[in-house]
Design a protein around this ligand. Structure first.
Ligand code: NAD
Ligand code: IPM
Ligand code: MN
Length: 360
């Protein structure tokens, strides 16, 4: 049966990078993948069109799609909107919540060709292959109560609630343990259990799950130390599991180890294997519209879509190999370019990936 893909380009560099990723999807279709691709606006683009960041009809299309490809949302044009619940980012958060996409996989993989693009020394990063499993529909991002208010004396204050229940922790824990079983069998749970009760519970649940996965070595680390260890000796990690906000921050740090945040794809999955696939980076307003954006994180997100939602592991591997081949040719967008490589535009990078994909 034809699988339905919903493409949501969004804002800033979103449309540029999504275009290149859709070309790769179209190439898969030409190779026999039975898909139908539909596009819709989201985020700031949708605010400008209809006044809300996620139109009800787009949410319905997302719910019935087999997989979603998202570029990025947000930008300075909408950053001054006083009500945060109406901003572009809310469209993305609503998609995650409404589709119950609690399991966010963020693989920080250093392509050997990019060792020199990393901000760390080659001996510290070469061979790096970390999977960050980030909880995506709970924690401080969604906890109630939340708000901004003013006391009687005129003092303004703001507050959010960092809350997880044991079911939410257990289900992301299982995703992470299973991921570790398929990889290097090491799982590091990152928390702040020396300060925050919610993460004492997090640690307890991870420990309770551990006997069910005797082949996985579980360790715990405080988030401040984890941030430090990621830049000190990142290869000590195999799978990291953590909550929504810590995972957001640590995955941007891990991205830089791979050369650029423009290299980090992601999958956000629910219990049925339905997923949304997006680069980990944002809409990069500073480089939007200039052909400077690296489309590889989005193209690699298509590979994750094929692997995790469409059951097409071979086609996924073919995309990843095409990315490797392009890097072998020394082609680089500005973010990963260095002396001795050839700088290309977003579209030229897409062209090169397609050529390599079709040649395979
Ligand atoms: P950002 O990730 O957009 O940009 C950070 C830096 O990385 C910038 O210098 C940018 O030029 C660079 N960069 C990002 N992606 C790149 C790519 N593909 N190629 C080359 N360089 C790239 O983060 P920010 O500046 O903090 O946020 C900008 C906007 O994006 C904000 O509105 C934010 O809310 C939003 N955002 C959206 C998402 C998402 O849609 N998933 C994720 C993060 C941030
Ligand atoms: C990400 C982004 C989002 C997040 C924002 C845009 C809501 O930073 O996907 O990493 O914080 O999850
Ligand atoms: Mn982020």
């Amino acid at each position: 049966m034809t699988k339905r893909i919903l493409a949501l380009p969004g804002d800033g560099i979103g449309p540029e990078i999504t275009r290149q990723a859709c070309r790769v999807l179209e190439a898969c279709r030409d190779e026999g993948l039975d898909i139908d691709i539909e596009e819709a606006p989201v985020g700031g683009a949708e605010i400008d069109r209809s006044g809300v960041p996620l139109a009800p009809e787009t949410l319905e299309k997302a719910k019935s799609a087999d997989a979603i490809l998202l570029g990025a949302v947000g930008g300075p044009k909408w950053d001054t909107m006083p009500d945060i619940s109406k901003r572009p980012e809310k469209g993305l958060l609503a998609l995650r919540k409404e589709l119950n996409l609690f399991g966010n996989l963020r693989p920080a993989l250093l392509y050997p060709q990019l060792v020199e693009a990393s901000s760390l020394k080659p001996e510290v990063v070469s061979g790096l292959d970390i999977m960050i499993v980030r909880e995506l529909t709970g924690g401080i991002y969604f906890g109630q109560p939340r708000g901004r208010e003013t006391r009687e004396d005129g003092t303004r204050y703001g507050y959010n609630t960092y809350i997880y229940d044991e079911h939410e922790i257990r289900r992301i824990g299982r995703v992470a343990f299973e991921m570790a079983q398929k990889r290097g069998k090491k799982l590091c749970s990152v928390d702040k259990a020396n300060v925050l009760e919610v993460t004492i519970l997090w640690r307890d649940i991870m420990n309770e799950l551990a006997p069910e996965y005797p082949d996985v070595e579980l360790s715990h680390m405080y988030v401040d130390n984890a941030a430090m260890q990621l830049v000190r000796a990142p290869k000590q990690f195999d799978v990291i599991v953590t909550g929504n906000m810590f995972g957001d921050i640590l995955s941007d740090a891990a991205a830089m180890l791979t050369g650029s945040i423009g290299m980090l794809p992601s999958a956000s999955l629910n219990e049925h294997g339905q997923g949304m696939f997006e680069p980990c980076h944002g809409s990069a307003p500073d480089i939007a519209g200039q052909g400077l954006a690296n489309p590889l994180a989005t193209i690699l997100s298509v590979a994750m879509m094929l692997r995790y939602s469409l059951n097409e592991a071979d086609m996924a591997a073919r995309i990843e190999q095409a990315v490797g081949a392009v890097l072998d040719q020394n082609l680089r967008t500005a973010d990963i370019a260095y002396t001795g490589t050839r700088q290309v535009t977003t579209e030229e990078m897409g062209d090169a990936v397609l050529t390599a994909f079709n040649a395979a």
